[in-house]
Design a protein around this ligand. Structure first.
Ligand code: SPV
Ligand code: MG
Length: 291
């Protein structure tokens, strides 16, 4: 099945589905092997892994290069965190064509302005996109796709920027009318009250995607009860790798030896396995002259 269709099925599925963050080819592979049916190509995680801020400091083509490795390494669909679309409608529709060429299944864009800022930094101060301008961007992206199953998800930042339920609903409805395949409603509260209020009024007009980074204590069954379609675990491979790398580097620096660390790190065999070393060995037998 095409990756685009797989993602669309996850979004439209009757039951709650989950996708997990990755930020390079290796982490994408690990997400797939863990059993996830899809991958969130997180802007925060990819930028952090590149050593830059989540403010569009990495260019969109640099993000595409990372995505290409992620897509080549996996068979589950990738949903790109496309920030604000890297410009106006014209930049965003070109992005769609380039994603389709790389077998990326869908993109999520948020209704803020370029250069974007992460939702958890100074949220209240962040300017939002004009509703009509953002709706035009969604429409241009939907018109640009050549595969009907490619998904465009509209992310509503009204709660993040302190604008409240009415604004969130107004925006979500405009983006639905513009052709979005789903709505991502984001909240930085530590409880689910904003999401719950939105879900009640929204009443299933389009599938809803959430990112429960801040309201992580909410039981997953609550998301089911509210009728959420897709949950994104947005940054936990990045954060776990930071913790692991900090501990490993500190320990080796202090010890001036590998003696205490070997048991805590992946074996080299595991690294080779993840890289697909076996396949190359077999191919060499097939294609290289016998030595
Ligand atoms: C990301 O993963 O980059 C996201 C989700 O956009 S969040 O960081 O929650 O805004
Ligand atoms: Mg992001």
């Amino acid at each position: 099945m095409k990756k685009t269709k797989k993602l669309r099925d996850l979004i439209n599925s009757e039951k709650l589905e989950f996708i997990m963050e990755a930020h390079n080819g290796l982490s994408a592979k690990i997400v797939e092997e863990a059993g996830f049916k899809g991958i969130w190509a997180s802007g925060l995680s990819i930028s952090a892994a590149l050593g830059v801020r989540d403010n569009n400091e990495a260019s969109w083509t640099q993000i595409m290069d990372v995505l290409e490795f992620m897509s080549d390494a996996t068979s589950v669909p990738i949903l790109l965190d496309g920030d604000t679309g890297y410009g106006n409608f014209n930049n965003a529709r070109r992005l769609v064509r380039k994603m389709e060429q790389r077998n990326i299944a869908g993109v999520c864009i948020e209704d803020k302005q370029f250069p974007k800022m992460n939702s958890f930094i100074n949220g209240q101060l962040q300017p939002m996109a004009d509703i009509e301008e953002f709706s035009g961007k969604i429409k241009a992206m939907k018109d640009a796709q050549s595969d009907d199953d490619f998904s465009v998800i509209a992310r509503v930042e009204a709660f993040i920027t302190g604008r409240g339920l009415d604004e969130a609903l107004l925006r979500a409805e405009a983006y639905r009318k513009a052709g979005a395949d789903a709505v991502l409603i984001h909240s930085k509260r530590s409880d689910i009250t904003e999401i719950e209020a939105f879900m009640k009024e929204w009443a299933g007009r389009l599938p809803v995607v959430i990112v429960p980074t801040k309201y992580y204590t909410t039981p997953t069954d609550k998301f089911r009860e509210l009728g959420i379609s897709l949950v994104i675990w947005a940054n936990h491979n990045l954060r776990s790798s930071i913790e692991a790398m900090e501990q490993t580097s500190r320990r080796i620096y202090q010890d001036e030896s590998l003696i205490h660390i070997e048991k805590d790190v992946a074996t080299l065999e595991e690294v080779f396995r993840l890289q697909g070393a076996e396949e190359l060995k077999a191919a060499e037998k097939q294609y290289l002259p016998p030595s």
